[in-house]
Design a binder for this molecule. Structure first.
Ligand SMILES: *[C@@H]1O[C@H](CO)[C@@H](O)[C@H](O)[C@H]1NC(C)=O
Ligand SMILES: *[C@@H]1O[C@H](CO)[C@@H](O)[C@H](O)[C@H]1NC(C)=O
Ligand SMILES: *[C@@H]1O[C@H](CO)[C@@H](O)[C@H](O)[C@H]1NC(C)=O
Ligand SMILES: *[C@@H]1O[C@H](CO)[C@@H](O)[C@H](O)[C@H]1NC(C)=O
Ligand SMILES: *[C@@H]1O[C@H](CO)[C@@H](O)[C@H](O)[C@H]1NC(C)=O
Ligand SMILES: *[C@@H]1O[C@H](CO)[C@@H](O)[C@H](O)[C@H]1NC(C)=O
Length: 337
């Protein structure tokens, strides 16, 4: 027959006694006479639950059971669980207990068993334990090369079950919904998909649990700005070259085959070649080379004098007067015929 966990052998006799009085239901509590199902009691994990039982003054025996295990028989505590206490029931008609620091395994049916005038009666209470959604494991921050497949994982617990949503914050700050569920699969990842991925687990028991994964995507440099410059002899001149790359690009500058070693200045993704006092031989065609582990690229940048004109593509063209002269000569030549 059923026994309370850890109960002392001497108490078996009492169980037997109660059984004889039809106080302790054998297996199924419903076997006792009138059974009243009260509303379910819902508590959050860690909180206390008060299980109320109303009795009348003619009651001769009362007991509280967890399933078929006796917690209290009258004022005597049978349960060895320190979290279970008999309330200071001020009214004679009250026989309520309190379970402190409720946990998930406490969920289930509790029965207040009453014997009045030899007629058994019971009040059944169903304890429901809620657990706020909490993320238990999430993928670590990762760095991959462009084109790779990435699987992100976010595991959460909660009662009722946690709902999981992924959101993506790209470096440009666009905030967009990605997907629902524990796993997020990104195939042939592009650099636009880098950034912060937010896992949000919620079940309306408390505020959602949010954790993030940082996804870094390596890609080869591309030169986004190559600025040529016109300046006079004796003036300052600066050539600028800007490259987007992950990891950040290293820069080298060349003029023909000669590597330019000074004075260079690198600021974030921008490199500058600085001429503090431009001389005639500084003019010319420079090459900015940007390199990272993913690749290499270059761009031509011109340092030109005040006589040279400059087109939008950064290429120096003939001075305007030379063009005029050429046109004039051609015109005169054509007019002769
Ligand atoms: C109590 O909970 C049980 C199990 O979760 C459910 O089947 C039943 O409908 C609930 N009863 C009430 C009155 O909420
Ligand atoms: C109720 O019974 C379950 C199953 O035996 C047990 O895990 C839980 O600790 C009990 N809770 C209380 C408050 O007695
Ligand atoms: C989280 O999940 C990973 C992959 O399944 C596993 O290797 C790791 O041990 C887990 N960490 C924890 C704290 O459970
Ligand atoms: C620039 O260089 C020229 C020739 O070397 C020199 O005469 C001039 O003083 C320099 N100017 C400055 C501002 O250093
Ligand atoms: C610049 O790039 C072109 C084509 O990719 C390559 O042929 C050339 O050698 C490069 N120049 C330098 C200086 O790296
Ligand atoms: C500068 O040099 C590059 C190759 O090194 C060439 O492709 C480009 O046309 C040159 N630009 C000018 C304006 O001469």
């Amino acid at each position: 027959f059923p026994r309370a966990a850890g109960e002392m052998p001497g108490r078996c006799l009492v169980v037997l006694g109660l059984r004889l009085l039809f106080l302790v239901p054998a297996g199924v509590p419903a076997r006792s006479g009138d059974s009243v199902l009260k509303d379910n009691i819902t508590v959050r994990q860690g909180d206390s639950a008060v299980l109320k039982c109303n009795v009348d003054s003619k009651v001769s025996r009362v007991a509280w059971l967890n399933r078929t295990t006796i917690l209290f028989a009258g004022n005597e505590k049978w349960s060895l669980d320190p979290r279970v206490i008999l309330m200071e029931n001020t009214a004679v008609t009250e026989y309520s207990i309190k379970i402190q620091n409720v946990d998930v395994h406490d969920e289930g049916p509790y029965v207040c068993s009453i014997l009045t005038n030899r007629k058994p009666k019971s009040t059944k209470v169903h304890l429901i334990v809620q657990v706020p959604a909490r993320i238990t494991n999430i993928s670590k921050d990762i760095t991959v090369n462009e084109g790779s497949n990435v699987n992100l994982m976010c595991l959460a617990v909660g009662r009722p079950e946690a709902n999981i949503v992924w959101k993506h914050h790209s470096p440009r700050g666009t905030h967009k919904f990605v997907t629902e569920g524990e796993n997020l699969e990104l195939t042939a990842i592009t650099k636009e998909q880098s950034g912060t991925y937010e896992c949000i687990a919620s079940n309306d028991i408390s505020s959602p649990d949010v954790r993030t994964v940082e996804v870094t995507i390596n890609y080869p440099p591309f030169i986004s700005k190559a600025r040529s410059m016109g300046t006079s002899v004796g003036q300052k001149g600066v050539l600028q070259c800007e490259a987007s790359a992950v990891p950040r690009a290293d820069f080298e500058w060349y003029k023909e085959d000669r590597r330019q070693v000074f004075p260079l200045k690198t600021q974030g993704k921008q490199s500058m070649l600085i001429f503090f006092n431009v001389s005639e031989e500084d003019y010319g065609n420079y090459t900015c080379v940007a390199t990272n582990i993913m690749g290499i690229t270059n761009a031509s940048i011109i340092l030109y004098g005040p006589g040279a004109m400059h087109d939008v593509n950064g290429a120096a063209v003939l001075p305007r007067c030379s063009v005029c002269l050429l046109l004039t000569v051609t015109l005169i030549y054509l007019l002769k015929f």
